[in-house]
Design a binder for this molecule. Sequence first.
Ligand SMILES: [Zn+2]
Length: 167
Amino acid sequence: MIGHEISHGFDDQGSKYDGTGTLNNWWTAEDRKNFETRTKALTAQFNSYEPLPGLHVNGAFTLGENIADLAGLTITYKAYHISLGGKPAPVLDGYTGDQRLFLSVGQIWRSKYREGALRAQILSNEHAPAHFRPLGATRNIDAWYDAFDVKPGDKYYLPPDQRVHLW
Ligand SMILES: [Zn+2]
């Protein structure tokens, strides 16, 4: 979550403000174009999620939060491996370190919605419904495929060239 919050400084909105908090585009045109190409793919992924029949997540509206979830998980994964200091993670209760890390992401977003609350969330909240947050981030992380042996044909499999890598 700390990684998530820090990355808001570099998302679709935060990236438009400089280090003093002034509205000032400090990115090169090339960086901006590259960022927009990658985030367009993330927008399309979230547009494809349909929490209620006929009602899809709004990928553009939730983009900043989806960027932050992906960035947060990306830096968490790196930090976890740095913390291991070059040693292999222990297998605990039958789960590898990477499996436990990804399972923890799923666990923190466990939730239940009544239909009205879910509908309100989709229509008026810049955060995607909770169950799409770990899903939307993990399927863009290559290590998740290795951790759970996710293969073509699995429901949330993405080919490597369709995975969004932002940071
Ligand atoms: Zn956020």
